[in-house]
Each structure stands twice: as structure tokens, then as C-alpha cells.
Design a protein around this ligand. Structure first.
Ligand code: C2E
Ligand code: MG
Ligand code: MG
Ligand code: MG
Length: 280
């Protein structure tokens, strides 16, 4: 597992979660139970506009609490769920939870773009369009949704994934490419799919002050996005100077611990009603 994944907040690496086959079966069984008992929580991390430092939206991130008060790391259990259809059930739960949380955000007078992570398996779930349609169509709220997909999400059957995405786009769904630059065939995706946004992976951002190659890559991705009429988000902003640099390069949005960690929605409600300058 990459260091990025292990450094996530409130993530406890459990030795029992190593990836041998028996453990995977064990975790799958625990996951099944967690789905049935609805043991998950959905947390939200702010995404801000670079221009006027406003809260533009949030990314929904799943949390699986453990009996001792810590959390299983999504980077450990999501890949296991992705090897089965359990991920489809998790995504269904996430979308149902987002539908409920939209009502809560409405009640606070907020109007956010809520980012939802989808997996490759979801794009091959024949029920996905129906689920998304009920999220978008029954939505008389001020909240909007955007789906984050990774480049690897396209690898199973690109044609089917494309069809599903086109359906969802016709329903008014928006797509963002997550962790851009770390997967395969990203340029093909940009050319062939209904993509409105690129999220530059944290691995290109974190050393941008010291690594000329990272700076060159980030500049080029922003340039590419502009020419494709896509917006750009920089992931993993942890410091003011990184925020300033990204802003000066013309990046539209930013996300990272500097602006806010993922948090339960009640906490987010409190923070989003404050001006950003009083937080960071
Ligand atoms: P992701 O979609 O790229 O989400 C961003 C991850 O980076 C989150 O980790 C977030 O907590 C972390 N992060 C954000 N800002 C910073 C920062 O400034 N510094 C550092 N070090 N990390 C930062 P998290 O919540 O542990 O999730 C890890 C991955 O698990 C996600 O990466 C996503 O691929 C997957 N995931 C999480 N929730 C869901 C979900 O509901 N559905 C699906 N399919 N996947 C999910
Ligand atoms: Mg994401
Ligand atoms: Mg990401
Ligand atoms: Mg990333």
C-alpha cells in the first residue's frame, strides 16, 4: 500500500488486514455484515474555489468504525470490496446517505456540489443508472452531485463504462477524473468520455515546491484541462504556500488538510457557515 493511503487521517492499519487470500475472505465476510447492519458513516471533506476562497463543495468519503473507536482504512477495504459485487452495495448505501444528507445541507442553507466516488464495478452495475437517476431526479434540493471515477475504472470494459457514463451525463450527472495521472489511458478518457473535471493526484502536489517535474506536470494538466473546458482540482493541499502556488498556476479548486480534513456532516455544517479565513 502506498504511503498516501496509510497517512490518511483516523486510519488505523490493522495487521490482520494484509492481503492474503484467507484474510480477504475474512474481510469480505465482515464487510457483508457491515453492509447489512449499516455500520458505515459518510464523512465529508471541503473543496474550495481558489479565486475567492469559497466553499464550493465536498467529497463524500466512507468511514467504517471499529469497536475500539478507530476506523478501518478505506484504501484497505474498498479494493477488497471492488473484487466482488460488495462495492455495488456500498455505493448504493453511499448514494442513499448522500440523498439524506442533502436534506440536512438544505436545512443549513448551503448549496454544495457533493462529490461521490464510484468504482469500476459500479460502471458495470446494470442498476447504476437507475440508482443515480433516483438521486438526481428526486432531488429538489440546492445540492448538486458529481461522480469521481479513476482511470482504472475504465479497464474492465471501456465500451460499457462509456455507455453508462453517457446515460448518466444525459440525466445531468457530472464526472470528475480522480487521481489524474496515476492510472492508464487518461488522455483517451478525456477525449472519449463526458468528463467535466480533472482532479490532480496528491502525489504530484505534495513536492511541487521542490520537484521541477511535478511543477511541469501540474502546469501541463491545468493547461490541458483549460483547453478541454474542464475544471481542475488539486488534491492534498496541506500548506499555505502550496495553495498560493496552485492558485497562481490557474487551478480552479483545491482540497486538502489545509482547508479541512474529512469530517462528520454535523462538524462540516458548523465549519461551512464560517468564513474560510477564520478556519485556516
Ligand atoms: P480519493 O477519492 O482520492 O480521496 C482522497 C483521499 O485523500 C481521502 O482518503 C482523503 O482523506 C485524503 N486526503 C485529502 N486531503 C489530504 C491531504 O491534504 N493530505 C493527505 N495525506 N491525504 C489527504 P480516504 O478517505 O482514506 O480515502 C481513500 C480512498 O478510498 C479514496 O481516495 C477513494 O479512492 C476510496 N474511497 C473513500 N470513500 C469511498 C467511497 O465512498 N466509495 C468508493 N468507491 N471509494 C471510496
Ligand atoms: Mg475521490
Ligand atoms: Mg482523489
Ligand atoms: Mg488521490
Amino acid at each position: 500500500y502506498s504511503s498516501k493511503r496509510l497517512s490518511a487521517p483516523f486510519c488505523v492499519y490493522d495487521q490482520s488486514l494484509n492481503s492474503n487470500a484467507a484474510e480477504k475472505v475474512n474481510i469480505s465476510a465482515l464487510l457483508k455484515q457491515a453492509i447489512e447492519l449499516q455500520e458505515f458513516e459518510l464523512w465529508y471533506q471541503p473543496i474550495v474555489t481558489m479565486n475567492n476562497q469559497q466553499f464550493y463543495g465536498v467529497e463524500a468519503l466512507i468511514r467504517w468504525p471499529r469497536p475500539d473507536g478507530s476506523y478501518f482504512c478505506p484504501s484497505l477495504f474498498i479494493p477488497i470490496a471492488e473484487q466482488t459485487t460488495l462495492i455495488n452495495q456500498i455505493s448504493t448505501w453511499v448514494m442513499q446517505q448522500v440523498a439524506k444528507d442533502m436534506v440536512y445541507f438544505d436545512s443549513l442553507g448551503l448549496a454544495l456540489c457533493i462529490h461521490i466516488n464510484l468504482s469500476a464495478m459500479d460502471l458495470h452495475d446494470t442498476q447504476l443508472v437507475k440508482k443515480v437517476s433516483s438521486l438526481i431526479k428526486n432531488n429538489h434540493s440546492s445540492q448538486k452531485v458529481m461522480f469521481e471515477i479513476t482511470e482504472s475504472a475504465m479497464m474492465i470494459d471501456a465500451e460499457q463504462a462509456k455507455q453508462t457514463m453517457n446515460y448518466i451525463a444525459r440525466l445531468g450527472g457530472k464526472f470528475s477524473i480522480d487521481d489524474f495521472g496515476t492510472g492508464f489511458s487518461s488522455l483517451e478518457m478525456l477525449r472519449d468520455l463526458p468528463i467535466q473535471q480533472i482532479k490532480i493526484d496528491r502525489s504530484f502536489i505534495k513536492n511541487i515546491h521542490h520537484q521541477d517535474a511535478d511543477l511541469a506536470i501540474v502546469k501541463s494538466v491545468i493547461y490541458l484541462a483549460k483547453h478541454l473546458a474542464c475544471s481542475v482540482v488539486a488534491e492534498g493541499i496541506e500548506h499555505q504556500d502550496t495553495s498560493n502556488l496552485i492558485h497562481s498556476l490557474g487551478c480552479d479548486f483545491a482540497q486538502g488538510y489545509f482547508f479541512g480534513k474529512p469530517m462528520p456532516k454535523s462538524e462540516l455544517g458548523q465549519i461551512l457557515q464560517l468564513p474560510l479565513s477564520s478556519i485556516s
